[in-house]
Write a protein that binds this ligand. Structure first.
Ligand code: GLY
Ligand code: MN
Ligand code: MN
Length: 452
């Protein structure tokens, strides 16, 4: 029976059914932050890929965060103040269209199932918005996110202004609603953390599967296929971002996504891949030898990156600021680069001159959540923001050694990144992605088990 429950929670809308009141609470929180005024938050449009074929639909993350509603052509309207209201505009039921494209909740269904105070057909949006905006002092809106929406909303506001002779006032202040929503999304609640644990766990399985599958002579895309199989098999239909499967020198191209080269004996394989589970991203990088055994040079570089990551994770705790993990990683990398004869001088000298940037040119992480590069400011004013419980970030140092005159030849074309997903907790941190093999001995053991 326990196994059966696990299956239900993994493969059904169980999380959702249990928790739609949670979305209502998130809307309430936002209304409290707004204090007064009207917020208008559209979901994402459907996107054509080519001809009349669409990309798989993906809702807007903030719209979904506040609604749990995954259909396209929907807009959330919140009224804050004495009489708070939560209103959705969505597609009408249409039996003909539903035969072709599937179920639509329709306004009545949306109101009942998703806990809105009111719901209207999306076709009534303009007319109703003129009404709803009337006499609201402030308009909260994601200004600048979409030019077509900007034009439409400003035109509707102008239509309200035109009614001024009848005593109606239009909002005379427009504020970016993302400022409030992003702060809210930055701190993950228990429901979000449970989904992120699940996303991370599926992705760990995928990395393990890739390690077990990898053989000399395969194409990178064949390893990618194993990742995607594992994601989809566990109900994560989409990758959170395009998978990077980069053998040998390809790992030194940071955003390599061609994934069409063959894997060579003696090369490393860098995989940066994570699934999206019920909207939530995971983001994992592992680097391992195609033939299952690190060479001495590969191992030397790998241990430096691994030590840098451990140092960074170690300081990712309450009391530290956003940049502390990056600074911790940089110190270890700088010392390692000196030891490897990639850089010269002292750690402080290397950090000051920036000579490490030839081999480490990106930052050590980012917020993670509904978006892989999730929302939330990294600075408050001029200062890095303090880490607090509920924040989720990646920790992903690397080292990318392109052939160059000033580089020992034995290290040419080694590209390594190690990336984990970390939750800041009250007592330290929780690494969501521990199950993906990471130490040299773990990786070699996993690959040995499957080599025969
Ligand atoms: N996979 C995207 C990143 O690591 O930031
Ligand atoms: Mn990342
Ligand atoms: Mn990544």
């Amino acid at each position: 029976a326990a196994g059966c429950n696990a299956l239900i929670s993994e493969h059904s809308n169980y999380y959702f059914a249990m928790t739609h009141t949670l979305y209502a609470e998130r809307r309430k929180h936002l209304q409290t932050e707004m204090q007064q005024g009207i917020a208008i938050i559209p979901t994402a449009p459907e996107m054509l890929r080519n001809g009349d074929a669409h990309y798989a639909y993906r809702f807007d993350s903030s719209f979904y965060y506040l609604t749990g509603f995954a259909e396209p052509e929907a807009v959330l309207v919140l009224i804050a103040g004495d009489k708070p209201q939560s209103i959705v505009f969505c597609r009408e039921k249409n039996l003909e269209r539903e035969i072709w494209d599937g179920h639509r909740a329709g306004p009545d269904g949306a109101r009942e199932q998703f806990g809105f105070d009111a719901a209207f057909p999306i076709a009534q949006l303009d007319e109703k918005l003129v009404e709803l905006m009337s006499n609201q002092p402030t308009l909260f809106y994601p200004l600048g996110a979409d030019a077509a929406w900007d034009a439409r909303i400003l035109k509707l506001r102008a239509a309200v202004q035109e009614k001024s002779r009848s005593g109606v006032r239009a909002p005379d202040e427009i504020r970016d609603v993302r400022k409030l929503i992003n702060e809210q999304r930055l701190l993950k609640d228990e429901h979000e953390l449970s989904l992120m644990r699940r996303a991370a766990s599926i992705s760990c399985g995928a990395h393990q599967r890739a390690m077990q599958f990898t053989r000399t002579g395969q194409f990178e895309y064949q390893v990618e296929a194993e990742l995607l199989h594992e994601f989809c098999h566990h109900g994560a239909r989409d990758a959170a971002y395009t998978s990077i499967v980069a053998g040998g020198a390809n790992a030194c191209t940071l955003h390599y996504v061609e994934n069409n080269a063959t894997l060579h004996d003696g090369d490393l394989l860098l995989i940066d891949a994570g699934c999206e589970f019920q909207g939530y991203a995971s983001d994992i990088t592992r680097t391992y030898p195609v033939n299952g055994k690190f060479s001495a040079a590969q191992r030397d570089v790998y241990e430096v990156v691994l030590a840098a990551q451990a140092a960074a994770i170690d300081v990712a705790k309450i009391g530290a600021h956003w940049n502390a993990p990056h600074e911790a990683a940089l110190r270890v990398l700088a010392q390692g680069f000196i030891d490897l004869k990639l850089c010269h001088g002292t750690v402080d000298g290397v950090l000051e001159s920036g000579s490490y940037k030839q081999f480490y040119m990106h930052r050590t992480g980012h917020w993670l959540g509904l978006d892989v590069h999730d929302v939330g400011d990294y600075k408050i004013g001029d200062d890095w923001r303090a880490l607090t419980a509920g924040m989720v970030l990646t920790v992903e140092p690397g080292c990318y050694i392109r052939p160059a005159d000033n580089v020992p030849k034995a290290l040419w074309n080694i590209g390594i990144r190690i990336e984990d997903d970390v939750v800041i907790t009250a007592t330290g941190n929780e690494i969501l992605t521990l199950a993906a093999p990471k130490t040299v001995s773990e990786i070699e053991a996993v690959m040995r088990r499957t080599a025969s």
